[in-house]
Design a protein around this ligand. Structure first.
Ligand code: MG
Length: 253
């Protein structure tokens, strides 16, 4: 069921989204060779709690998972696509890329956003992967307006990528707000005009995941970490977006 948010809920998401962006910006500045993904998680949790908010992923048990997610932050390094778990032993190295993904629970509502950042100096190839994936997010967001559909978003992203990268299937954007995951699903591919219609007051997370190699992924034995099957790196960017009468408003910036 698609949930249309009230004015008050939207205002709370706007406020939570601003804080959310500040946390991601701070974490991005901390990323450097030698830091552990656990240290990034500790800082994320501290910042969110200092704001008086709650981490949305910690303790959250997605459909099909055996155990609740154990951390505040999701850290997906290199060939890890999404859902990587922070670890004291995972030390970032020069040339890595890392996706930082957080959910924030502020004043009764949720926001979801992620960025992928370089660790020190990265290859030209990886730099391009990051730039194109971030641009793909904006291309998707540009489709957000009442009357357009979920398929318009996916199809715009797919044509923009134009086979340059593997577009991950089976993991996708989603409604967000009253819950961290709500209807509808928003795949990063599709056909124009297909799927649920966008309506003002909907709040959705759009999150392209692009693989340098093929689209194929698998889940590691921890039950969470999604990696590329060919071991090649993957990038991920995400924003929570409000559908407005005029088009859209990005809530997590
Ligand atoms: Mg999400």
């Amino acid at each position: 069921m698609i949930i249309i948010k009230t004015e008050q809920e939207i205002q709370n998401m706007r406020e939570g989204g601003k804080r959310h962006a500040q946390v991601l910006q701070k974490l991005a500045k901390m990323v450097r060779p030698g830091i552990s993904t656990w240290e990034l998680d500790q800082e994320a949790e501290k910042m969110i709690k200092d704001f008086g908010d709650k981490p949305a992923f910690k303790g959250y048990k997605p459909d099909g998972a055996k155990t609740p997610y154990p951390a505040t932050l999701i850290t997906s390094v290199n060939e890890e696509v999404v859902h990587g778990i922070p670890n004291k032993k995972r030390i970032l190295q020069e040339g890595d890329i890392i996706s930082l993904d957080i959910g924030v629970h502020h004043n009764g509502v949720f926001t979801d956003a992620a960025i992928t950042v370089p660790v020190g100096k990265i290859s030209k190839e990886l730099n391009e992967l990051l730039m194109v994936t971030e641009e793909a997010l904006q291309v998707g967001i540009d489709q957000v307006k009442p009357g357009n559909t979920v398929g318009d978003i996916g199809s715009a992203i797919q044509s923009f990528i134009n086979k340059r990268y593997g577009i991950v299937e089976g993991f996708s954007g989603h409604g967000v707000g009253r819950h961290i995951h709500e209807d509808p699903y928003i795949p990063n591919y599709g056909k124009p005009g297909e799927g649920e219609k966008l309506v003002a007051g909907m709040t959705i997370a759009i999150e392209p995941m692009m693989n340098l190699g093929t689209k194929y992924v698998k889940i590691l034995s921890d039950g969470y970490t999604v990696v590329t099957k060919d071991g090649k790196p993957s990038a991920h960017f995400e924003h929570t977006v409000l559908v407005t009468e005029a088009g859209y408003e990005v809530l997590t910036k």
